[in-house]
Design a protein around this ligand. Structure first.
Ligand SMILES: Cc1cc2nc3c(=O)[nH]c(=O)nc-3n(C[C@H](O)[C@H](O)[C@H](O)COP(=O)(O)OP(=O)(O)OC[C@H]3O[C@@H](n4cnc5c(N)ncnc54)[C@H](O)[C@@H]3O)c2cc1C
Length: 339
């Protein structure tokens, strides 16, 4: 929807979050987005809407309200089993035309990354992918969408002044999920799939989950990460020993992954995973912006580096200046003794 006239913007109101279902449960990114939407909506004195599609989702609708939704729009239909971006796109477009949200937020997950551009094209509006920060201009409701640009060399804030709704995807674990407030009240509305929307679309016959064993950085509470300083895959054994002391996972910078010392599943950063752990221990990682965007929301950051002046050492809560091949084994031994 192209808006060239400022007064037409007044027709659009409220911040929507596209709720995501993963294996029958709400994906955590939904709660994170609701927290962000709540903050943005409060700045404009508007409401937060959550949109929930699926085959069996009605029971989940009420659980979105304590996280910040004022209104939940539910569409429950067997044709929405699994993920069908074609059908969901058509459905979402109709709901957007009917309710006219000012902003729509999606998780930058596989699903969100498929649905958001489809819906944006259908609604003839803009989309900013992989935002790491969101704010709003309280005067005119323009969403200020911050994301790394030019290979992560600058952080760009993108404004979409002439289109409504404004759409953005946000990676999981970039925003903090709010604590649920069981006293919040909200409204649940039911909509249905229009038969014409379900016509001529692909049919999904079967989902096959990958069984490849891989590290789950998203669920780790503590990550010990290594960079170029590890010098080879042998070097990572030192980090594995430390991580094992607290049941943590091993992460890596892209330099270490590109060198082939550890698999891509361990990569943290702009082109890897975004993590939000209790503790992040960066060992021999200088802290280039492309790495920082993937871990800067961790609660406590500990850096170990020979060079005290690196960006990582400067931004860390605890900076240990020294050779990691001395510091890390000493720390592991200390933990073993005290465990
Ligand atoms: C488009 C694009 C996307 C990118 N995406 C990512 C991404 O997702 N993730 C990512 O990590 N990078 C990414 N990068 C690469 C990024 O720019 C950096 O090149 C990379 O993060 C550097 O890795 P590093 O910190 O391990 O290596 P370096 O920058 O070389 O740092 C190595 C550090 O180890 C220290 N050191 C050396 N020996 C020791 C020792 N014995 N003990 C202690 N410290 C020691 C050094 O002092 C130095 O600080 C991307 C780049 C581009 C252009």
């Amino acid at each position: 929807m192209l808006i060239t006239n400022d007064s037409d913007k007044q027709d659009f109101s409220n911040v929507w979050v596209m709720a995501e279902i993963s294996q029958g449960k709400l994906h955590p990114v939904t709660h994170e987005l609701l927290g962000a939407a709540r903050r943005l909506a409060s700045l404009r004195n508007k409401k937060v809407g959550a949109v929930l599609f699926g085959a069996k989702v009605k029971d989940l609708a009420a659980s979105l309200i304590p996280y910040g939704a004022d209104l939940v729009i539910v569409v429950e239909d067997p044709r929405l089993d699994g993920f069908n971006d074609e059908l969901e796109g058509r459905l979402l477009k109709r709901l957007i035309e009917k309710y006219r949200p000012e902003t729509v937020l999606y998780g930058a997950t596989t699903r969100g990354r498929a649905l958001a551009p489809r819906a944006a094209v259908m609604c003839n509006c803009g989309l900013t992918a992989d935002c790491t920060g969101l704010d709003i201009d309280p005067e005119n409701g323009d969403l200020l969408q911050t994301r790394p640009a030019f290979g992560g060399n600058i952080m760009a804030t993108i404004r979409c002044s002439k289109h409504r709704p404004q759409m953005a995807t946000v990676r999981p674990q970039v925003m903090k999920a709010p604590a649920p407030d069981s006293g919040r009240r909200g409204e649940i509305l039911t909509e249905s799939v229009d038969t014409s929307e379900a016509e001529k679309i692909k049919r999904i016959l079967k989902y096959i989950r990958s069984t490849e064993a891989t590290v789950n950085l998203a669920e780790a509470r503590i990550i010990v990460s290594g960079g170029r300083a590890m010098k080879g895959s042998e070097g990572f054994k030192v980090l594995e020993a430390l991580a094992a002391q607290f049941g943590g996972a091993v992460g890596a910078s892209r330099a270490a992954v590109d060198a082939g010392w550890i698999s891509y599943a361990h990569q943290v950063g702009q082109t890897g995973q975004t993590v939000q752990t209790k503790v992040y221990i960066a060992c021999g990682i200088s802290g280039q912006i492309q790495h920082l965007v993937g871990m800067q929301s961790c609660e406590t950051i500990i850096a170990i580096d020979k060079n005290p002046d690196t960006p990582m050492m400067q931004m860390a809560d605890i900076a240990v200046s020294g050779d990691l091949f001395e510091v890390v084994p000493a720390l592991t031994e200390l933990l073993k003794k005290n465990s």
